[in-house]
Design a protein around this ligand. Sequence first.
Ligand code: ADP
Length: 494
Amino acid sequence: MSSVVEPRTFAAPKIRQTGILIGDEFRSSVSGKTFATVNPATEEVICQVAEGDAADVDLAVRAARAAFETGPWSRMDGRDRGRLMNKLADLAEKHLDELAALETLDNGKPINDARAADLPLAIDCLRYYAGWADKIKGDTVPIRGDYFCYTRREPIGVCGQIIPWNFPLLMVAWKWGPALATGNTIVIKPAEQTPLSCLRMAELALEAGFPPGVINVVPGFGPTAGAALVAHPQVDKIAFTGEGTTAKIIMREAADTLKRLTFELGGKSPNIVFADADLDAAIAGAEFGLFFNQGQCCCAGSRLFVEESVHDEFVEKLIRRTRQRVLGNPFDTETQQGPQVDQAQFDKIMGYIDRGQAQGANCVTGGQRFGNRGYFIEPTVFTNVHDQMDIAREEIFGPVLSILKFKDVAEVTQRANNTCYGLAAAVWTRDVQKAHQMAHALRAGTVWVNCYDVFDAAAPFGGFKMSGIGRELGEAGLANYTELKTVTMAMPPR
Ligand code: ADP
């Protein structure tokens, strides 16, 4: 007997919070202004959200400052901070379907991805860092002379966090986890395209019992709200994830107040397939490594290097797989690919597709808009791509894969590293020695071997070169949120 599995469609969630969170109150903006957030699958306005600018940022920073200096947070034991973080993780888990649906509504990502990736990873990240909250410690240092010397790791203070729209809630968790575990307070600015899940998560944080002012949320635009956060003298640190061009502006603007800065930026990650690889696994990895999240991943494997002797067979099978991808309503559990996040991204990606063709690459599948409503783009594959073409050099941040042919290890290593980026790379081979040689030779913060996009809260992530400064996740992520203090006490002999 055969059973028919009905496609299941999730409902759009109720929108609960659209205000600016300062202390424990969701409010209108000081200016009274709002902005629209749009459903990228339908191009319809979801709702209006309070538009924060410098005045709202100032109020939020004051609330965060007060919570840091004098509030219960500053006196709380690490273990109790950890308990609150675990409570928030539990609440996020309880509301998993609602939060996942908010992501799908605001960002357009398939509900399956939001439920199976974004939410579980975000919850896991909070729990991982909750475990660190009572384990932040210094050293005793044996210095010369009659002294007792030790170090302490203290919170930096008020942390400004500016995040993008591709993984809205996961970026919240990556930013909040280490900041809260180490006792900082937060003013976060979600991306203007996707403010809703961050606001709901902040509401859950209040429900969990975080003291007012520990987490403040100012939705708004980069050049206004974001810039005000960067310039504010009472903000001690900025953690930013987004484009390199924005990071350069932030670095300049932060110079006056010498803020601590950590950046997680773009990439043009090489995904390298050797002829001795398990080709079926590599094909699946190439598809996932690029098309996951509509290609909107900073670590997308957008330069696919395939060894000459298997190139044609590999390309043929990959095209077949790519054509089978299911595009459509992101609330449908059958959907694998949703729309791009907004019109600007859609236009930018279509521009790259045009340039790829104009510069002589072969568009072997895709290349068009999908449907006539929403910012959908067909999964697109280019062959005959050369290193100097725009589609091989610049970050497209969309479902556009460039395939490049190579002959040997030395050549592919040189070409893979010939980029201003260094976020991630992958190697597919059955030769263990080659795998480690490549892993060491590639100038990237993460190298995956025979896998792609494997993330874990315990594994550090970040970029070499123009892909970033500092590392997120893991123990390394904690270092970005503490100041190291050395205490030296005279101990004259009695
Ligand atoms: P993307 O192309 O992914 O939107 P951006 O770097 O433009 O990348 O945006 C990432 C985040 O940075 C968003 O929250 C955005 O509002 C913010 N942002 C943009 N410009 C600035 C700026 N000048 N100062 C501070 N934040 C900014």
